[in-house]
Write a new protein. Structure first.
Length: 337
């Protein structure tokens, strides 16, 4: 029995070695890449309610995912925007469905409806893809130094395929490149971006205090190897809170810089209330690390108790809910191509 078991183990080791040496079978066979995520968030389009019109608490979160090679050049780039519009009445009530789905612009696809109004006849996602394609092969210096005229692409060739404002794209891509780290990705891996937004934490204003329209966007950026396993993983979230009073007037500073939870770091303030003494970004990083080497199905099959990790070892580093994490990871793996 022992000889048979030893033979089986030896065969498995030999098989693994053969597969690792075969580029077509390995999840990651090429040179090492860095993976990066960047966000650029604005709430400046928010408008107060009036006697005639409903108010609009709006968050526009531009999100960029990149892979970067050893020379600092972008090898893959994906861009999306989570545009969340939350209705506010002149009585200070949230009028939008708190349980509604809020698809990103990329998820909306042709349903976003830009093509019919576009001077170049292209839908939003087509223009975002054109900008991403333009960014490939460029460095952070190239992105920061790109020609821009009144918010639009200054280069005629780029402007022919991207007629919308590009400052948000530029900012998010630049941040993604600057944030890129070696997390296990290699040449040949596919980059994926997953986004999910909810507004269920929004609350009406009262006579005692302001209401809040909260656009909560969870983000996954990852790479997938040829074997379908995740090779690098980043998780982040943008929690845009737009306050308003009992008359529906926006009271938030609409020019404020809205940072993601990873950008906030310790300033987010979860550590002091955490049962495991860890900040949100630390827990998100721990869960992202846990997903590396797994398939989307394996991640989806993670044992949970009331939305939290059931495994004691995982729960020791991740005490927050993981259902939203799993949702965006599944989207990112499906989008990786």
């Amino acid at each position: 029995m022992k000889k048979k078991l030893l033979s089986l183990v030896s065969a498995a080791v030999l098989s693994t070695a053969v597969l690792a040496g075969c580029g077509s079978q390995s999840g990651s066979a090429g040179a090492e890449l860095k993976t990066g995520l960047g966000t650029s968030v604005s709430i400046s389009s928010s408008e107060s309610a009036t006697a005639e019109t409903e108010g609009n608490a709006q968050a526009d979160a531009t999100i960029a995912a990149v892979t970067v090679d050893g020379s600092g050049k972008i090898t893959q780039c994906v861009i999306d925007i989570a545009q969340t519009k939350i209705g506010v009445s002149a009585e200070g009530h949230i009028t939008s469905d708190l349980n509604a789905e809020y698809p990103s612009k990329r998820e909306l696809g042709d349903g976003y409806g830009m093509k019919k109004a576009s001077a170049i006849g292209k839908e939003w996602y087509e223009q975002a893809d054109a900008f991403a394609a333009w960014a490939v092969g460029k460095t952070a210096s190239d992105i920061s130094g790109m020609a821009i005229s009144e918010g639009y692409a200054g280069d005629a060739d780029l402007a022919a395929s991207v007629s919308i404002h590009v400052t948000g794209f530029q900012s998010a891509v630049l941040e993604a490149v600057n944030n890129a780290t070696a997390g296990g990705a290699h040449e040949g891996d596919k980059l994926g971006l997953g986004v999910s937004t909810k507004i269920s934490n929004s609350e009406d204003a009262t006579a005692e205090g302001d209401g809040v329209a909260e656009a909560y966007t969870t983000i996954s950026v990852l790479t997938v190897g040829k074997d379908g396993k995740i090779t690098s993983s980043i998780i982040d979230a943008v929690q845009a809170k737009i306050t308003f009073d009992a008359t529906g007037a926006i009271t938030a500073d609409t020019s404020a810089d809205v940072k993601s939870k990873n950008e906030l770091g310790d300033a987010y303030g979860m550590k002091k209330a955490s049962a495991i003494g860890k900040e949100w970004n630390e827990q998100a990083a721990a869960y992202a690390a846990y997903t590396v080497g797994k398939t989307a199905d394996e991640v989806a099959g993670t044992a949970m108790t009331e939305g939290r990790a059931a495994d004691a070892d995982l729960a020791a580093s991740v005490s927050v809910h993981i259902t939203d994490f799993n949702n965006v990871i599944a989207k990112a793996v499906a989008a990786a191509k």
